[in-house]
Design a protein around this ligand. Structure first.
Ligand code: NHR
Ligand code: GAR
Length: 226
Protein backbone atom coordinates (compact mmCIF):
# COMPACT_ATOMS: atom_id res chain seq x y z
CA UNK A 1 0.00 0.00 0.00
CA UNK A 2 1.37 3.38 -0.90
CA UNK A 3 1.74 5.98 1.84
CA UNK A 4 -0.14 9.19 1.05
CA UNK A 5 2.07 12.13 2.02
CA UNK A 6 1.06 15.79 2.26
CA UNK A 7 3.71 18.51 2.62
CA UNK A 8 3.13 21.97 4.15
CA UNK A 9 5.56 24.72 3.13
CA UNK A 10 6.01 28.49 3.26
CA UNK A 11 9.15 29.15 1.25
CA UNK A 12 11.75 27.92 -1.17
CA UNK A 13 10.93 24.25 -0.75
CA UNK A 14 14.40 22.74 -0.97
CA UNK A 15 13.36 20.16 1.63
CA UNK A 16 10.25 19.44 -0.41
CA UNK A 17 12.51 18.91 -3.44
CA UNK A 18 14.65 16.42 -1.51
CA UNK A 19 11.52 14.50 -0.50
CA UNK A 20 10.25 14.49 -4.09
CA UNK A 21 13.62 13.27 -5.38
CA UNK A 22 13.92 10.50 -2.82
CA UNK A 23 10.45 9.15 -3.65
CA UNK A 24 11.10 9.08 -7.38
CA UNK A 25 12.61 5.58 -7.32
CA UNK A 26 9.78 4.26 -5.10
CA UNK A 27 6.43 5.53 -6.40
CA UNK A 28 4.74 2.37 -5.14
CA UNK A 29 5.87 3.03 -1.53
CA UNK A 30 4.94 6.67 -1.09
CA UNK A 31 3.42 9.51 -3.07
CA UNK A 32 3.08 13.19 -2.30
CA UNK A 33 -0.65 13.72 -2.75
CA UNK A 34 -0.50 17.51 -2.33
CA UNK A 35 1.68 20.44 -1.32
CA UNK A 36 0.03 23.35 0.50
CA UNK A 37 1.65 26.73 1.21
CA UNK A 38 0.35 29.53 3.41
CA UNK A 39 2.27 31.92 1.13
CA UNK A 40 0.94 32.11 -2.44
CA UNK A 41 4.34 33.23 -3.80
CA UNK A 42 6.32 30.35 -2.29
CA UNK A 43 8.88 28.99 -4.74
CA UNK A 44 8.13 25.53 -3.37
CA UNK A 45 4.70 25.61 -5.06
CA UNK A 46 6.53 26.00 -8.36
CA UNK A 47 8.69 22.99 -7.53
CA UNK A 48 5.58 20.97 -6.75
CA UNK A 49 3.90 21.91 -10.03
CA UNK A 50 7.08 21.13 -11.96
CA UNK A 51 6.98 17.64 -10.44
CA UNK A 52 3.34 17.23 -11.49
CA UNK A 53 1.99 17.42 -7.96
CA UNK A 54 -1.14 19.08 -6.62
CA UNK A 55 -0.04 22.50 -5.38
CA UNK A 56 -2.36 24.77 -3.38
CA UNK A 57 -2.00 28.11 -1.66
CA UNK A 58 -4.09 28.78 1.42
CA UNK A 59 -3.21 32.30 2.54
CA UNK A 60 -3.45 32.84 6.28
CA UNK A 61 -4.07 36.56 5.66
CA UNK A 62 -7.51 35.64 4.30
CA UNK A 63 -8.60 34.39 7.73
CA UNK A 64 -9.38 36.47 10.82
CA UNK A 65 -7.65 34.24 13.38
CA UNK A 66 -5.55 31.11 13.82
CA UNK A 67 -8.54 28.93 14.65
CA UNK A 68 -10.39 29.67 11.42
CA UNK A 69 -7.24 29.34 9.33
CA UNK A 70 -6.31 26.01 10.85
CA UNK A 71 -9.88 24.77 10.39
CA UNK A 72 -9.71 25.65 6.68
CA UNK A 73 -6.29 24.02 6.46
CA UNK A 74 -7.64 20.81 8.03
CA UNK A 75 -10.48 20.75 5.51
CA UNK A 76 -8.09 21.17 2.56
CA UNK A 77 -5.64 18.58 3.88
CA UNK A 78 -8.28 15.95 4.64
CA UNK A 79 -9.63 16.02 1.07
CA UNK A 80 -6.36 14.25 0.18
CA UNK A 81 -6.67 11.61 2.95
CA UNK A 82 -2.98 11.71 3.91
CA UNK A 83 -1.26 9.03 6.01
CA UNK A 84 1.59 11.42 6.82
CA UNK A 85 1.77 15.24 7.04
CA UNK A 86 5.22 16.85 6.85
CA UNK A 87 6.03 20.44 7.83
CA UNK A 88 8.91 21.48 5.57
CA UNK A 89 9.75 25.10 6.28
CA UNK A 90 6.16 25.85 7.31
CA UNK A 91 6.28 29.16 9.19
CA UNK A 92 2.93 29.29 11.02
CA UNK A 93 2.38 28.09 14.55
CA UNK A 94 -0.43 25.54 14.55
CA UNK A 95 -3.36 25.39 16.99
CA UNK A 96 -3.95 22.63 19.49
CA UNK A 97 -6.94 21.52 17.43
CA UNK A 98 -4.77 21.07 14.33
CA UNK A 99 -1.95 19.29 16.13
CA UNK A 100 -4.26 16.85 17.92
CA UNK A 101 -6.09 16.08 14.64
CA UNK A 102 -2.85 14.78 13.08
CA UNK A 103 -1.22 13.40 16.21
CA UNK A 104 1.23 10.60 15.40
CA UNK A 105 1.46 11.41 11.70
CA UNK A 106 2.65 15.03 11.78
CA UNK A 107 6.42 15.69 11.57
CA UNK A 108 8.50 18.88 11.48
CA UNK A 109 12.08 19.69 10.53
CA UNK A 110 13.54 22.41 12.71
CA UNK A 111 16.87 24.16 12.03
CA UNK A 112 18.58 23.61 15.39
CA UNK A 113 19.85 20.83 17.61
CA UNK A 114 16.71 20.69 19.74
CA UNK A 115 16.05 21.20 22.61
CA UNK A 116 18.31 24.19 21.93
CA UNK A 117 16.86 27.17 20.05
CA UNK A 118 13.16 26.49 19.75
CA UNK A 119 11.32 29.06 17.66
CA UNK A 120 12.70 31.40 15.01
CA UNK A 121 16.08 32.94 13.97
CA UNK A 122 18.01 29.87 15.07
CA UNK A 123 21.13 30.56 12.96
CA UNK A 124 21.60 34.05 14.40
CA UNK A 125 21.06 32.77 17.92
CA UNK A 126 23.70 30.05 17.45
CA UNK A 127 26.22 32.70 16.37
CA UNK A 128 25.27 34.99 19.26
CA UNK A 129 25.88 32.15 21.73
CA UNK A 130 29.26 31.24 20.24
CA UNK A 131 28.30 27.56 19.81
CA UNK A 132 30.77 25.38 17.92
CA UNK A 133 28.06 22.96 16.77
CA UNK A 134 24.72 23.50 15.05
CA UNK A 135 22.31 21.38 13.05
CA UNK A 136 18.76 20.30 12.42
CA UNK A 137 16.19 18.00 14.02
CA UNK A 138 13.17 16.04 12.79
CA UNK A 139 10.52 15.55 15.48
CA UNK A 140 6.90 14.59 15.97
CA UNK A 141 4.79 17.73 16.34
CA UNK A 142 2.90 18.09 19.61
CA UNK A 143 1.32 21.02 21.37
CA UNK A 144 4.59 22.34 22.77
CA UNK A 145 6.25 24.42 20.03
CA UNK A 146 9.31 22.54 18.72
CA UNK A 147 8.96 20.40 21.84
CA UNK A 148 7.59 17.10 20.52
CA UNK A 149 9.54 13.80 20.73
CA UNK A 150 12.83 14.01 18.83
CA UNK A 151 13.56 11.47 16.07
CA UNK A 152 16.78 12.25 14.22
CA UNK A 153 19.42 15.02 14.25
CA UNK A 154 22.24 16.03 11.92
CA UNK A 155 25.01 18.36 13.03
CA UNK A 156 27.49 20.72 11.40
CA UNK A 157 30.52 22.55 12.75
CA UNK A 158 30.23 26.32 13.14
CA UNK A 159 33.18 28.10 11.48
CA UNK A 160 34.72 31.40 12.61
CA UNK A 161 33.55 33.25 9.49
CA UNK A 162 30.00 31.85 9.42
CA UNK A 163 27.01 34.12 8.90
CA UNK A 164 23.34 33.22 9.41
CA UNK A 165 23.12 32.68 5.63
CA UNK A 166 26.15 30.40 5.42
CA UNK A 167 24.89 28.39 8.39
CA UNK A 168 21.46 28.10 6.81
CA UNK A 169 23.00 26.74 3.61
CA UNK A 170 25.03 24.04 5.37
CA UNK A 171 22.17 23.11 7.70
CA UNK A 172 19.86 22.72 4.71
CA UNK A 173 22.35 20.44 2.96
CA UNK A 174 22.14 18.15 6.00
CA UNK A 175 18.36 18.45 6.09
CA UNK A 176 18.14 17.07 2.56
CA UNK A 177 19.55 13.78 3.87
CA UNK A 178 17.78 13.91 7.21
CA UNK A 179 14.14 14.38 6.24
CA UNK A 180 13.98 11.78 3.43
CA UNK A 181 15.47 9.13 5.73
CA UNK A 182 12.87 9.77 8.44
CA UNK A 183 10.09 9.86 5.84
CA UNK A 184 11.14 6.45 4.54
CA UNK A 185 11.18 5.06 8.10
CA UNK A 186 7.58 6.22 8.50
CA UNK A 187 6.55 4.81 5.10
CA UNK A 188 8.03 1.45 6.04
CA UNK A 189 6.03 1.41 9.27
CA UNK A 190 9.22 1.46 11.32
CA UNK A 191 8.60 4.85 12.97
CA UNK A 192 5.66 5.38 15.33
CA UNK A 193 4.49 7.61 18.13
CA UNK A 194 3.37 5.35 20.99
CA UNK A 195 1.79 7.33 23.82
CA UNK A 196 4.26 10.24 24.01
CA UNK A 197 7.24 8.22 22.88
CA UNK A 198 8.86 8.08 19.43
CA UNK A 199 9.72 4.48 18.52
CA UNK A 200 11.87 3.03 15.73
CA UNK A 201 11.49 -0.70 15.04
CA UNK A 202 9.58 -1.07 18.31
CA UNK A 203 12.40 0.46 20.37
CA UNK A 204 12.01 3.76 22.20
CA UNK A 205 14.11 6.52 20.64
CA UNK A 206 16.18 8.22 23.38
CA UNK A 207 14.88 11.69 24.40
CA UNK A 208 17.91 13.34 22.74
CA UNK A 209 17.03 11.70 19.40
CA UNK A 210 19.14 9.57 17.05
CA UNK A 211 22.09 10.91 15.02
CA UNK A 212 22.19 10.86 11.22
CA UNK A 213 25.91 9.96 11.33
CA UNK A 214 24.86 6.54 12.65
CA UNK A 215 22.62 5.87 9.64
CA UNK A 216 24.58 7.30 6.75
CA UNK A 217 24.67 4.05 4.79
CA UNK A 218 20.89 3.71 4.93
CA UNK A 219 20.33 6.52 2.45
CA UNK A 220 23.12 5.55 0.10
CA UNK A 221 21.68 2.06 -0.17
CA UNK A 222 18.18 1.38 -1.43
CA UNK A 223 15.95 1.76 1.66
CA UNK A 224 13.61 -0.89 0.22
CA UNK A 225 16.23 -3.51 -0.73
CA UNK A 226 15.06 -6.65 1.05
N1 NHR B 1 2.88 24.14 15.73
C1 NHR B 1 2.86 23.45 16.88
N2 NHR B 1 1.70 23.45 17.56
N3 NHR B 1 3.93 22.78 17.37
C2 NHR B 1 5.08 22.83 16.69
O1 NHR B 1 6.13 22.18 17.19
C3 NHR B 1 5.19 23.55 15.47
C4 NHR B 1 4.03 24.20 15.02
C5 NHR B 1 4.06 24.94 13.84
C6 NHR B 1 5.23 25.06 13.13
C7 NHR B 1 7.67 24.71 12.88
C8 NHR B 1 8.52 25.66 13.77
C9 NHR B 1 9.99 25.55 13.41
O2 NHR B 1 10.43 24.48 13.03
C10 NHR B 1 6.39 24.43 13.58
C11 NHR B 1 6.37 23.66 14.74
C12 NHR B 1 6.90 28.98 12.98
C13 NHR B 1 7.08 29.68 14.17
C14 NHR B 1 6.55 31.09 14.33
O3 NHR B 1 6.80 31.71 15.34
C15 NHR B 1 7.74 29.04 15.21
C16 NHR B 1 8.20 27.74 15.05
C17 NHR B 1 8.01 27.06 13.86
C18 NHR B 1 7.36 27.69 12.83
N4 NHR B 1 5.78 31.62 13.36
C19 NHR B 1 5.13 32.93 13.38
C20 NHR B 1 3.67 32.80 13.83
O4 NHR B 1 3.18 33.76 14.41
C21 NHR B 1 5.10 33.58 12.02
C22 NHR B 1 6.44 33.84 11.47
C23 NHR B 1 6.41 34.19 9.99
O5 NHR B 1 5.34 34.16 9.37
O6 NHR B 1 7.49 34.46 9.44
O7 NHR B 1 3.02 31.79 13.53
O8 NHR B 1 10.74 26.53 13.55
C1 GAR C 1 14.62 24.75 6.60
O1 GAR C 1 15.95 24.99 6.98
C2 GAR C 1 13.79 24.38 7.81
O2 GAR C 1 14.51 23.69 8.79
C3 GAR C 1 13.40 25.74 8.30
O3 GAR C 1 13.19 26.53 7.17
C4 GAR C 1 13.96 26.04 6.09
C5 GAR C 1 13.05 25.78 4.93
O4 GAR C 1 13.80 25.62 3.77
N1 GAR C 1 12.19 25.66 9.08
C6 GAR C 1 11.85 26.63 9.89
O5 GAR C 1 12.55 27.58 10.13
C7 GAR C 1 10.49 26.45 10.51
N2 GAR C 1 10.19 27.59 11.30
P1 GAR C 1 13.12 25.07 2.45
O6 GAR C 1 11.83 25.86 2.22
O7 GAR C 1 14.11 25.34 1.38
O8 GAR C 1 12.84 23.62 2.64
Amino acid sequence: MTCRILVLISGSGTNLQALIDSLQAHPDKGQIVAVISNRPQALGLERARNAGLNALALDNRDYPDRESYDQALIEQIDRFRPDLVLLAGFMRILTEQFVSHYRGFLLNIHPSLLPKYKGLNTHQRVLDSGDSEHGSTVHFVTQELDGGPLILQASIQVLSDDTPASLATRVQQQEHNLYPLVMHWFIQGRLRLVDDQACLDGQAIPPAGLRLEDFNNDMREDPYAS
